[in-house]
Write a protein that binds this ligand. Structure first.
Ligand code: NAD
Ligand code: IPM
Ligand code: MN
Length: 361
């Protein structure tokens, strides 16, 4: 029987709450589609850090490396200074495992409430491809002191032609399989060095993909175009920070952070890819059962697709979309069901085979 070894990192806040629903969905799919999932939990995150003073041991990273994929919840805790868990765990894993592509689909599923007036699902189906290991995220930065009033904080952006080329090439190939349109998103009118390098790499790759139309949009203008005319976009390729920001905007358009999934893809086969919701640990709603598990389930669907279980992936996507269609998109006091109940409903629909429009994994 086909067997996959998953590393499971629940993390903090709502991370464990939503990740458990993703695991239920995966279990239901494995039974229905005839494969086996073996999962190993790695208790990393705020509590482990507070208890041991350690983020992750090299040996643990090496054990995680041997898995077929990583299912990740979320990281971040008010008891720990900002950046420690985020940089020391999430960003460390993305970088150590060379997960160069961060794929973030923005799809409005039928029946899901969106704050964008008159937006219909047929107009909103694009993908943000975010460079995942460089840019401003690499720099530790430095503060030149001279008293607080005179302090200067430096934070450099690292952009290598090699990493950009890998991500751009991936994006062209993805566009070829989709609607054949690639948009570079940057800020080359101001960040001239990095912007020029990104544009040059795109221009150099373009002749190899003559069927793909290429476009450029500044990141500030992107924030207007994405909600107003999402149909303009198919694959958007962008750097690490811009990708982080516009993907939360994308999440809003598609119905909220509770709906937005992501895949951190290793392209060289030397380490596992990692699948996680776009959202964070949401300490404001943790422990209440308000978290929407759809983003985690849709991330698990991306995991199955990457493992080659296409039919099973589609069943997770359909089940999540069909449950979403009946719900307010973001959790909160008005939410009509507990996270666990929604997870049960999604798993049930995977077992039964739910129909939902607009799914295409
Ligand atoms: P967040 O994504 O955790 O939450 C933003 C808002 O969206 C909150 O109001 C939250 O309640 C809501 N929300 C998020 N996910 C939801 C869901 N599934 N269902 C319903 N509502 C949901 O962002 P934040 O508040 O800026 O960050 C909280 C912590 O998470 C910080 O420590 C941050 O660094 C971290 N973070 C981690 C990741 C990650 O693990 N990949 C991503 C983003 C933020
Ligand atoms: C995300 C998060 C992370 C990022 C943080 C928590 C390091 O915001 O996955 O979008 O900036 O990439
Ligand atoms: Mn983010």
């Amino acid at each position: 029987m086909r067997t996959y070894n998953l590393a499971v990192i629940h993390g903090d806040g709502i991370g464990p709450e939503v990740n458990h629903q993703a695991l239920k969905a995966l279990d239901a799919a494995s039974e229905r589609f005839g494969f086996r999932l073996e999962s190993t939990e790695y208790p990393l995150g705020a509590q482990n850090y507070l208890d041991t003073g350690k983020l992750i041991e090299v040996g643990t990273l090496e054990r995680i490396r041997r898995h077929d994929a990583i299912l990740f919840g979320a990281m971040g805790d008010p008891r720990v200074a900002p950046g420690i868990l985020e940089r020391g765990l999430i960003l460390r894993i993305r970088r150590e495992f060379r997960q160069q592509v961060n794929l973030r689909p923005v799809r409005l599923y039928p029946g899901v409430p969106t704050p964008i007036k008159d937006l219909s699902p047929d107009r909103c189906d694009f993908v943000v491809v975010r460079e995942n290991t460089e840019g401003l995220y690499v720099s530790e930065g430095s503060t030149v002191h001279g008293g607080t009033k005179n302090a200067v904080a430096l934070q450099e952006s690292v952009n290598t032609a090699r990493a950009i080329a890998d991500v751009v090439d991936y994006s062209f190939r993805l566009a070829q399989k989709r609607r054949k349109k690639l948009t570079l998103c940057h800020k080359k009118n101001v960040l001239v060095h990095a912007g020029e390098l990104w544009q040059t790499v795109v221009d150099e790759h373009s002749p190899q993909y003559p069927d793909v139309e290429v476009d450029y949009v500044h990141v500030d203008a992107m924030c207007q175009h994405m909600p107003m005319t999402p149909e303009r976009f198919d694959v958007i390729v962008t750097d690490n920070l811009f990708g982080d920001i516009i993907s939360d905007l994308g999440a809003t358009i598609q119905g909220g952070l509770g709906v937005a999934a992501s895949a951190n893809l290793n392209l060289d086969g030397q380490a596992p890819s990692m699948f996680e919701p776009v959202h964070g640990s949401a300490p404001d709603i943790a422990g209440r059962g308000w978290a929407n598990p759809a983003a985690a389930v849709l991330s698990a669907a991306l995991c199955l697709a990457a493992l080659g279980e296409g039919e099973a992936a589609l069943s997770l996507e359909r089940a999540a979309a069909s449950v979403l269609a009946g719900l307010p998109a973001l959790a909160g006091p008005g939410m009509c069901a507990h996270t666990d109940e929604l997870g049960d409903l999604i798993a049930q629909r995977i077992t039964q085979g739910a129909d939902a429009d607009g799914c295409s994994l």
